[in-house]
Design a protein around this ligand. Structure first.
Ligand code: UDP
Ligand code: MG
Length: 315
């Protein structure tokens, strides 16, 4: 136990502005952990270059040449943040006993890795980094994020609130996680399903040091939709309920029309007819769309294509 090894996995996509200073900081944190001599005397950093188009890979090569504790893995193209995390964990778990994932911009407080390792030493297999502030987010991001997590909860998906992908996992937790073979993956939604002893470490999220967010709105929306469709089929069930309610309403309308006719009264309602026509038509289209989305996801899952392609490993 006293010689457990720590690997910090850092996904990086076009991070030339921050990578060097981030890595220096992470090395210092690892040295601090080693100095405390509780655990993790052996520690390294694995940077996953997610098909960057800037000088990220050259920086990784230089860092690796200067210090063998810095390892690199390069994708053949951009596969996305979640794939980069999975690749990093798969590679790191070969030698590490505990694996921390943290964004390259260090918006998540790297000093808290020390507390995470302490929690691991106390027996936790999964240590969640949990934000206790959201002031650094824009109003838009804060509101949409909170709304989104409420919707997920409504759909029956349990997440750790205010936790993203800053966490520590033990070797066995990572190995269990890697047994989940799905391609459409929302990692933070799967980890709570693993079980094991968990702990939380609270931290304050800071703004990005340099560079800009690698998550433009379009990517964010796709990620949010993946989160729902990969974790729950509640939307399809919701359609079923909506359809049933719509049928019940129709039966009521029929009864109403018959009664009115028997009483010798005409049922007026061209507008009502048009409105319901368009309304029901709309619901049908949306329903088909939602079902179509799930079938689409099914198609990509069935193909079993690789999650990512590794071009180079610097070990
Ligand atoms: N990232 C990645 N692939 C992508 C987009 C982002 O590996 O396609 C990495 C990025 O380099 C960073 C992390 O994912 O380390 C989170 O991205 P970012 O900080 O831009 O997201 P934000 O903090 O704005 O949500
Ligand atoms: Mg960031």
């Amino acid at each position: 136990m006293a010689t457990s090894k720590l690997t910090i996995v850092v996904p990086a996509y076009n991070e030339e502005e921050v990578l060097t200073s981030s890595v220096q900081k992470l090395l210092a944190v690892e040295d601090q952990i080693a100095a405390q001599a509780v655990l993790g005397q052996r520690a390294d950093i694995l940077i996953v270059d997610d098909g960057s188009k800037d000088h990220t890979w050259e920086i990784i090569e230089n860092l690796h040449a200067a210090n063998s504790r810095i390892r690199g893995l390069r994708f053949s193209r951009n596969f996305g943040h979640q794939s980069a995390l999975i690749a990093g964990m798969s590679e790191a778990v070969k030698t590490a006993d505990m694996i921390v994932t943290i964004d390259a911009d260090l918006q998540d407080d790297p000093d808290k890795i020390v507390d995470m390792v302490d929690a691991y030493a106390d027996g936790a297999d999964i240590v969640y980094g949990v934000r206790n502030n959201r002031e650094t987010d824009s109003w838009f991001k804060r509101t949409t994020a909170q709304g989104y997590y409420k919707v997920l909860k409504l759909l029956g998906v349990e997440l750790v609130p205010n936790h993203a992908d800053f966490r520590l996992m033990s070797k066995r937790a990572v190995e269990t996680f890697l047994q989940y073979p799905e391609r459409n993956i929302f990692i933070r939604g799967l980890i709570p399903k693993l079980g094991f002893k968990t702990a939380e470490v609270f931290y304050k999220r800071t703004p990005r040091m340099a560079g800009e967010s690698k998550y433009p709105l379009k990517k964010m929306l796709a990620f949010a939709w993946d989160g729902i469709t990969s974790l729950t089929i509640a939307p399809v069930r919701f359609i079923l309920i909506l359809g049933t309610l719509s049928c019940l309403l129709a039966v009521g309308m029929v009864v109403y029309a018959i009664v009115m006719t028997m009483l010798g009264l005409t049922v007026h309602g061209w507008s009502a007819l048009m409105v319901s026509l368009w309304f029901v038509g709309g619901i049908q289209m949306i329903s088909l769309g939602v079902i179509g989305e799930y079938i689409g996801k099914l198609t990509t899952e069935v193909k079993h294509r690789p999650r990512y392609t590794v071009q180079t490993i610097l070990d």
